[in-house]
Design a protein around this ligand. Structure first.
Ligand code: GUN
Length: 282
């Protein structure tokens, strides 16, 4: 089975559209600010897609583009401006940032009530503590959980193997799956004999940025395979971290690239923008 993230994302639009409409009716205009510094090509595409989806749903989206040589102080000042703007409900600073800017300092500068990415340490801490109540969570892992739930793939008591240790995907993904009752193994690019781990996964999440790292022979027959990669092969074609052609005949369910995880990341961002809007205007 091919997991259709794009289709699910579009399916979830209608309820979000209705929610935005209801908010507009009571005079509330959900508003998201996306700040992008520099010219990372992948980031340009992500930001464009986020903007398009926001417009489609009726969410007000502001994109702030700044040059590669933008300074940390300038970025802090821009964030501060939107922190104090009461009409703004979510602030996202697209990562990665140019090397002169300290990502940790930037993440911590975003007001906690506008941390739509869930990257602030307080929100990460809540995730790892499996805290009650609402808090934003990194959008890609959240989108993957939505996708698993929709396809009735229950992680409870399953062995989930994460490949990739990033703060944006790997680490929060493991926490969400653990919170859902899975047995979680974290692996990464330094793991010795990686296939010996991936072959034991009932749910395999691959988020390394290495094109075609995982082949069909590295997968347990019937496993659910979630490919977070957005890589370019030697011909410049967009491919995933999983070799789809050899994996699709072994996996029980698998996400394609593109059209799998990517659209669900954006859906999560829109959902969290609406949640933060409601919390701010309660
Ligand atoms: N870069 C890649 N994924 C993300 C994300 O989810 N949020 C931000 N801010 N930057 C990213």
């Amino acid at each position: 089975m091919i997991i259709d993230g794009k289709g699910l994302s579009n399916h979830l639009d209608s309820s979000m559209k209705a929610e935005v409409k209801a908010l507009h009716k009571v005079g509330i205009e959900p508003k998201l600010v996306v700040i992008i510094v520099g010219h990372d090509p992948a980031s340009q595409i992500y930001v464009r897609n986020k903007h398009r989806k926001a417009i489609k749903l009726g969410i007000t989206s502001i994109i702030e583009r700044r040059p590669e040589d933008f300074t940390q102080d300038e970025l802090l000042a821009l964030i501060d401006q939107y922190n104090r703007d009461e009409t703004v409900h979510g602030i996202l600073v697209q990562l990665p940032l140019p090397k002169q800017i300290d990502e940790t300092a930037i993440i911590r500068a975003i007001a906690i009530e506008k941390d739509v990415d869930g990257f602030r340490p307080e929100n990460v801490g809540k995730l790892f503590n499996n805290s009650e109540g609402y808090y934003p969570v990194s959008c890609t892992p959240k989108g993957i959980m939505t996708m698993l739930a929709h396809y009735q793939i229950n992680p409870k008591s399953q062995h989930a193997v994460i490949v990739g240790d990033s703060n944006i995907v790997g680490r929060p993904m493991g926490a969400l799956l653990l919170n859902a009752g899975a047995t979680v193994t974290y692996t990464h690019i330094l793991t010795k004999d990686l296939p010996s781990f991936t072959r034991t996964a009932d749910i395999l999440i691959v988020a390394t940025g290495v094109a075609h790292l995982v082949k069909g022979t590295d997968i347990k027959p019937g496993a659910t395979v979630i490919d977070v990669g957005m890589d370019r092969d030697a011909n410049g074609k967009l491919v995933g971290d999983v070799d789809f052609d050899s994996a699709k005949n072994v996996a029980g369910a698998i996400t394609p690239v593109p059209g799998g995880v990517g659209p669900m990341t954006i859906t999560s961002l829109m959902q969290q923008t609406l949640e933060l809007t409601k919390l701010a205007t309660r």
